[in-house]
Design a protein around this ligand. Structure first.
Ligand code: ADP
Length: 478
């Protein structure tokens, strides 16, 4: 047999919980029903034996002083003493001959032990049967070291026996009530618990099958409710990641499709047009080359992003070696100078020394290059770009400022998103893919830095990147 969720019934939590709980309750009930009656019985036995022993001792003391034990002497002694609590008294002579017997017969007890008692042994006996306590004492009568007879006393108490039996019955009844109540309670707790656990299991199965909108919504404030909340927030995160992934794949496919479509169109035009002249062919082939280059650039950027995504954790723990940002920035700006010149834009730089941070030259180059290239691409003829590197006590701050077209306020929050472009046509004209800034942001984050983008007063943009200065004395400081 198996439960709905595929767990074998015998190994299910329900069976384990129920079995453990019932075993504990059963053990408690067994102890209650055996230990307490047994302890009370032992106490009563002890008091009964003390009683018959003292009664036998009284009789023995009184009979010890009689020179010759006779029937009359025994009857007289018994009648004078207060031994009314006893149910049976037997007195024998030195040979075991019965001289006095209050009730006639002693179930053969006197006959059985007489020889032992006449040899000087005391015999005591107690039992509980037929709802009555029976206590017996059988002792020798000793005078001047010689045994002159024996005294046997017995007490049968049905009253205390009835009380003990009543106690046992009451305990049994209470046990039955506890057992029924416990089983009902266990069943109730397990039902509730299992309903909630099954809810969580069902949710996990749904999410595993891709249904990220599934919510557990478990009431209460216990561990299961917390588990439900954690699960809900986990699925929320999964859904977000899944959305981002889908969007990314869709955008990436779109981005790759456009240059591929152009290549196809251009090559078809060459193939289908028989009378095409060499110059046009050269022009088309050059365009095909441009598109192929764009494809290669986009693919390279996509790979870069994938590397950043996959290696983010690794980058966080080992962010590289100490690098002087001024050297990297100066080299990068040298590379961009021809672009600035061809666009008629003044490229100025003011770079402080001592900006040593933990990173790699490649990643810093990536950051400076993308920001400065954008500042040139989205500029105006005759405009300017200023790259400043300043060092505060704790941070290295890179500011890339331009006098360009700027970003409309509504677009500003999105410019770091993947494939986001404010002006598609302008971006494409410069071979842009909308991936540059997201690569910059991911790289800065991997190096524990911060980045911000703001409109520059008087037009254009200001991008600011902050990194903590590498502290040689305390290299672990991030
Ligand atoms: P792209 O490859 O299109 O340049 P980016 O991720 O580098 O992609 O930039 C995203 C968009 O942000 C660009 O398409 C552009 O519209 C805008 N942008 C980035 N930098 C600037 C800037 N300095 N001035 C104006 N707009 C900018």
């Amino acid at each position: 047999m198996s439960t709905g969720s595929g767990v074998r019934f015998i190994s299910s939590l329900r069976v384990k919980f129920a079995a453990s709980y019932i075993a504990i309750i059963a053990a408690l009930l067994v102890v209650m029903n055996t230990y307490f009656p047994a302890a009370s019985r032992d106490m009563i036995f002890a008091s009964k034996l003390t009683f018959v022993k003292s009664q036998a001792a009284i009789l023995e003391t009184a009979l010890r002083d009689i020179d010759t034990l006779t029937i009359d002497a025994c009857t007289l002694v018994v009648s004078r003493l207060d031994v009314s609590g006893l149910s049976h008294i037997t007195i024998t002579g030195e040979r075991g001959n019965v001289l006095y017997d209050s009730a006639g017969g002693s179930d053969g007890f006197v006959e059985k032990y007489a020889a032992d008692v006449l040899r000087g042994f005391d015999v005591y006996y107690s039992s509980f049967s037929e709802n009555a306590f029976l206590a017996r004492a059988f002792v020798p009568i000793t005078k001047d070291g010689a045994i002159t007879g024996t005294v046997f006393v017995s007490e049968r108490d049905a009253e205390q026996g009835a009380i003990l039996s009543g106690l046992q019955r009451t305990l049994m009844n209470i046990s039955a009530v506890i057992a029924i109540f416990s089983v009902a309670l266990v069943a109730f707790i397990l039902r509730t618990l299992l309903r909630r656990i099954t809810g969580i299991l069902r949710a996990i199965q749904s999410v595993r099958e891709g249904e990220y909108t599934y919510r557990i919504e478990m009431r209460g404030r216990d561990e299961l409710a917390m588990l439900g909340q954690e699960f809900d927030s986990l699925t929320g995160r999964l859904r977000e990641t899944d959305d981002v992934r889908r969007r990314f794949v869709a955008d990436a496919s779109h981005e790759l499709k456009t240059p591929l479509a152009s290549i196809k169109l251009l090559s078809d035009s060459i193939l289908q047009n028989e009378n095409i002249d060499t110059d046009t062919v050269r022009e088309f082939v050059a365009d095909i080359g441009d598109e192929a280059e764009r494809l290669a650039r986009t693919t390279e950027k996509l790979l870069s992003l994938t590397r950043l995504d996959g290696g983010a954790d690794k980058a966080r723990s080992t962010v590289g070696t100490p690098v002087d940002m001024r050297d990297v920035a100066a080299a990068t700006l040298r590379m961009l100078r021809p672009l600035a010149d061809s666009e008629g834009i003044t490229l100025k730089s003011d770079l402080d020394g001592g900006c040593i941070i933990l990173g790699t030259e490649d990643s810093l180059h990536q950051i400076v290059f993308n920001l400065a290239e954008n500042a040139l691409k989205y500029n105006r003829p005759g405009g300017s770009v200023t790259v400043r590197l300043t060092r505060s006590e704790t941070h290295a701050i890179l500011r890339v400022e331009d006098t360009g077209i700027g970003v409309p306020e509504d677009d500003l929050p999105h410019i770091f998103d993947r494939f986001y472009r404010v002006d598609k046509a302008r971006s494409r004209a410069f071979g842009g893919s909308g991936l540059g800034l997201s690569i910059v942001r991911d790289t800065v984050t991997a190096l524990h830095g911060e980045i911000s983008a703001n409109a520059r007063s008087g037009g254009g943009m200001v991008f600011e990147v902050r990194f903590r200065i590498y502290n040689q004395e305390n290299p672990r400081q991030k």
